[in-house]
Design a protein around this ligand. Structure first.
Ligand code: SF4
Ligand code: SF4
Length: 429
């Protein structure tokens, strides 16, 4: 599947080709060509690292605007739990939920409510005798795409459960139709208030054959000031929140895994750490664990690029907020069957980024050529050729997307060698 719709965009006019993003892209999706960055769409996982790091703000998230909801009769806000950690002196989530109604939403459905159900269902899923352990969380869309592209052998470890955002969207739609039978599906607009652009990619592309129930994704940063203003003018607030510590805990790394009440888990955050853990699982080099929670952003969703608050401060704020909450407000019975609609049927197949060619013999030949070329290169990963490492540059040359002369250091030493030979020839004549 190559027609993947991304949510990270490069504004070429702003890019100065400084190579900063080149060194930070976890999948080596960026090259510098003709003086500016170029993103290889097949490799990009929409992690947003390049948005965070670009000094010229040339990389941008592609999300919706609030006005994209105008065409819907009934507008539902799905606030990510991360939103709750963005405000000063917040001791009651209901201020935020009432604020969302004030700025024009007809209903609010907390993603943390669905997260509590997802935690309960995951506890049941882990008891099944046939599941492949360790089970890997499916909540972070960046990690899902990374596994599909780079670790396809771990696809069976992914829990095939939809993320809380999708479960919340389904439940919110069901509630709207129950309370307002006059509404049709197309009258209802579901808007996820997101900490990261990868959620927008998830909504645009679905997952396998699953089509998202969310219509619009807007950044937390786009709605933040409007919401503060609405909250300041909220005196009489209605009790709307229906989630507890568990649901809100999903915003930070470790929150999802601790909700399983099972010590055999690992929670890692930050894309480099995620890669390390996946490498170790793939190499069967981890202790026996039941569950692996992986978040591409540092600190978990609180570290998403579309947030307003330092992730560690947001995490501290959420801890304070959680103190006033019950453990959970959403339960399932021990023997309750997990509804089929909360599962996705298939994990998408992408062309693995490590594969050099369709044919095994051609791949082997290319690999040998890459190794030979790599030995000729300076090995200092300077980035001047436009590739992040000498290894990546050698691969580009072998694939025919770069020329050996793009390596200025190699070019210079070859030139010097040539001039030296010339001089020697002249001397001998
Ligand atoms: S960080 Fe990347 S996108 Fe930003 S200016 Fe430098 S090369 Fe261009
Ligand atoms: S979003 Fe992530 S994977 Fe995509 S180009 Fe930027 S850093 Fe690389």
């Amino acid at each position: 599947m190559n027609n993947y719709e991304h949510s990270v965009f490069l504004d070429v006019k702003k890019c100065i080709g400084c190579t900063t993003c080149l060194r930070h892209c976890p999948t080596q999706a960026i090259r510098i060509k003709d003086g500016h960055a170029v993103i290889n769409e097949k490799r990009c996982i929409d992690c947003g690292e390049c948005i965070k790091i670009c000094p010229k703000k040339a990389k941008k998230p592609v999300c919706n605007k609030l006005k994209d909801l105008d065409s819907f009769k009934w507008k539902i806000a799905l606030p990510a739990p991360t939103l709750y950690g963005q405000f000063e002196n917040m001791d009651d989530v209901d201020y935020i939920l009432n604020g969302l109604l004030k700025i024009g939403f007809d209903d609010v459905f907390e993603v943390s409510t669905a997260a509590e159900l997802a935690s309960a269902y995951t506890r049941q899923y882990l008891k099944r005798p046939d599941v492949v352990k360790p089970v890997i969380s499916s909540a972070c869309p960046v990690v899902l795409r990374l596994i599909c592209l780079r670790y396809p052998s771990l696809k069976d470890n992914i829990i095939p459960m939809l993320p809380p955002m999708e479960i919340a969207a389904m439940m919110a739609r069901e509630r709207a139709k129950k309370n307002h039978p006059e509404l049709t599906d197309s009258d209802i607009g579901v808007c996820f208030i997101s900490p990261c652009p990868a959620k927008a990619s998830y909504v645009k592309n679905g997952f396998g054959s699953y089509k998202s129930q969310v219509d619009v994704v807007i950044p937390i940063s786009d709605i933040y000031f409007q919401l503060i203003n609405a909250m300041e003018h909220s005196d009489d607030i209605e009790t709307l929140s229906k989630s507890g510590m568990i649901g809100i805990g999903w915003a930070s790394s470790g929150g999802e895994a601790t909700a399983l009440f099972n010590d055999a888990y690992l929670a890692a955050d930050g894309i480099e750490n995620v890669n390390r853990v996946l490498d170790q699982i793939e190499n069967d080099n981890i202790p026996p664990l039941e569950y692996i929670e992986l978040n591409a952003c540092t600190g978990g969703c609180v570290g998403g690029v579309l947030t307003m608050q330092n992730p560690f401060i947001a995490k501290a704020k959420l801890q304070t907020l959680r103190r006033y909450l019950p453990v959970s407000q959403n339960f399932v019975k021990n023997d309750e069957i997990i509804p089929e609609k909360y599962f996705f049927e298939e994990i998408p197949t992408y062309y693995p980024i490590s594969r050099l060619s369709e044919s095994m013999s051609e791949s082997m030949r290319m690999m040998a050529e890459i190794q030979k070329l790599r030995d000729k290169l300076p090995g200092i990963d300077c980035g001047a050729c436009g590739a992040p490492t000498c290894r990546a540059f050698a691969e580009d040359v072998v694939k025919g997307t770069a020329k050996l002369s793009d390596c200025t250091i190699n070019y210079r030493s070859e030139l010097l060698e040539y001039l030296k030979t010339k001089d020697e020839d002249c001397d001998s004549n």
